[in-house]
Design a protein around this ligand. Structure first.
Ligand SMILES: [Zn+2]
Length: 152
């Protein structure tokens, strides 16, 4: 919840006060360094005995975790940036609505294209949402079920 709060009101106010150039610079930096949820998933997958590659650039969407032999990938999505449907953190901000709506909807469309491309290439995809990572036991179970099931 902490990260959601940061991406919520206070964070948006900060971002709104920046010039467009500075804003996109800050946002890209935050996005690429805010790896905490992804680290949790990596740690769990590793602890469960699965080995993976990270952000394979030759795959659509550069998936966060890539399990090559199993032909499976996991994405860890921030609820705000990827517009998690029905999630309190996945809402378009009330200020600068147009800017955010365009930006976040574009992310969402890109995600859909990515998923379609991966599936078409024979990859199985698991999307884990940031808000669903709190229950470590449930998360471990979900990761295990996804990875342990044969692809075909
Ligand atoms: Zn969410």
């Amino acid at each position: 919840m902490a990260t959601h709060a940061v991406y919520g009101g206070a964070w948006i106010a900060v971002v709104d006060s920046l010039t467009p150039e500075r804003r996109s610079e800050v946002m890209s930096r935050i996005r690429s360094t805010d790896t905490k949820p992804e680290m949790r998933v990596r740690r769990l997958a590793y602890a469960l005995g699965f080995r993976y590659r990270l952000h394979r650039k030759d795959l659509p969407g550069k998936p966060d975790l890539v399990f090559i032999g199993r032909r499976k990938v996991i994405f860890v999505h921030g609820c705000f940036w990827h517009l998690h449907a029905g999630c309190p953190a996945g809402r378009i901000p009330k200020s600068r609505t147009e800017f955010w709506e365009e930006k976040l909807k574009r992310n969402q469309q890109r995600d859909e294209t990515t998923m379609r491309e991966l599936v078409a290439k024979g990859w199985r995809v698991l999307v884990l949402w940031e808000c669903q990572l709190k229950d470590e036991k449930a998360l471990a179970g979900e990761i295990f079920r996804f990875l342990d099931t044969p692809s075909r």
